[in-house]
Ligand binder design. Structure first.
Ligand SMILES: *Cc1c(COP(=O)(O)O)cnc(C)c1O
Length: 356
């Protein structure tokens, strides 16, 4: 498929904040990629256009029945002026698996990657250069068919938008405070928890607000049946370093298969660590805090890479993780993964994909 490009006539007119003021999700670049799907024509009309609002019918099915899937990954500025992506094939594969779960059409992986590359290269001056900053990439698919009635739509829109994002830790690598949700749950087995689909996130806002009102940064989710086993933290996966074992909950349909999670597991095994995917109860964590056997706890995700946890609140009581400070292992994973992303370290697994 040919990708038609319509250049924006207002390039240079959007606000361009200093790298230190970027934050997350506040700015978008000059262009976006779009592509349409209809049953007869499959995916067609791939195009890059000036960034702008979408036109949707009020009965567009995504607005009523949540047929939506998305992804999040980043492009990194390299010291020699090049551009890296980090394991983009994993995000493409995951978006297609989310799409299958939501009965939406898949996108050809080569076309998907080419669309991202062309868009990024066109807007490459937006990639921030200072330490820890990057260009966030948000591919999205929505059911655009105008029709009411619950069934899979026959028309879809796929789009990709980009935005510069700041360093996650401008003041250093600080541990977070986590609130354990012992009533509300995120995902049930057999549900859509393992798909990156918008409804999963709307469902978390209520407890997220409760947690922040009480002074905590994120919510830790327990399993929906017994409220006993740990699943994820906010929109990140979770790891525990306990009794010299690196533990993360197994992917059982309720947990989002994170690219960062997979990278941490692969690295830990490469380093000869004892890394296991097993169920871990909140009781084991609380006891590990009390006894000191829990040496580290950290969350993993594209936005922050590694996010150390210093404290958890369970049933109204606070428990400190080890000395409450960032652990050595969290730091080691952070340095290694960001080192590969920014092309500063050797890349034994071939995770970096250079696009310029
Ligand atoms: C995106 C996401 C993650 C992290 O995945 P990465 O690929 O590492 O960014 C973890 N949990 C949830 C619920 C997510 O949406």
């Amino acid at each position: 498929m040919e990708i038609r490009v319509t250049q924006s006539t207002t390039v240079g007119q959007k606000p361009r904040p200093q790298d230190g003021e970027l934050g997350f999700g506040k700015y978008t670049t000059d262009h976006m990629f779009l592509m349409d799907y209809s049953q007869g024509k499959r995916w067609h009309n791939g195009r890059i256009e000036p960034y702008g609002a979408l036109r949707l019918d009020p009965t567009a099915m995504v607005l009523h029945y949540n047929q939506e899937v998305f992804e999040g990954l980043k492009a990194y500025h390299l010291e020699d002026g090049g551009i890296n992506l980090f394991r983009p094939a994993k995000n493409i594969e995951r978006m297609n698996s989310s799409a299958r779960r939501m009965v939406m059409p898949e996108v050809d992986p080569d076309l998907f990657l080419r669309a991202m590359k062309e868009l990024i290269l066109l807007d490459r001056t937006w990639i921030p250069k200072s330490d820890g900053t990057s260009l966030y990439i948000r591919p999205t698919m929505i059911a655009s068919e105008p029709a009411l009635g619950v069934r899979p739509a026959k028309e879809y829109l796929f789009f990709i938008v980009l935005g510069p994002v700041g360093a996650y830790y401008p003041e250093g690598f600080n541990p977070t405070k986590i609130y354990v949700s012992d009533y509300y749950v995120r995902a049930v087995r057999g549900g859509v928890g393992e798909a990156k689909t918008s409804g999963n996130y709307g469902a978390t806002l209520y407890v997220q607000r409760e947690a922040s009102q009480k002074g905590y940064n994120q919510v830790l989710w327990l399993d929906a049946i017994e409220r006993k086993y740990v699943e994820e933290v906010g929109t990140s996966n979770i790891f525990f370093f306990i009794n010299d074992e690196l533990v993360t909950p197994p992917l059982g349909g309720t947990i989002l298969p994170g690219v960062t999670r997979d990278s941490v597991l692969q690295l830990s095994r490469h380093w000869g660590m004892n890394a296991v995917e097993r169920q871990i109860s909140i009781q084991e964590i609380v006891e590990g805090c009390k006894s000191g056997s829990l040496k580290e706890m950290f969350a993993t995700g594209t936005a922050a890479v590694i996010s150390p946890v210093g404290l958890i609140c369970y049933k109204g009581e606070d428990f400190q993780v080890a000395d409450g400070r960032t652990g050595e292992l969290a730091k080691k994973f952070y340095d290694e993964i960001t080192g590969i992303q920014y092309g500063r370290r050797e890349d034994p697994f071939g995770w970096g994909l250079r696009i310029a």
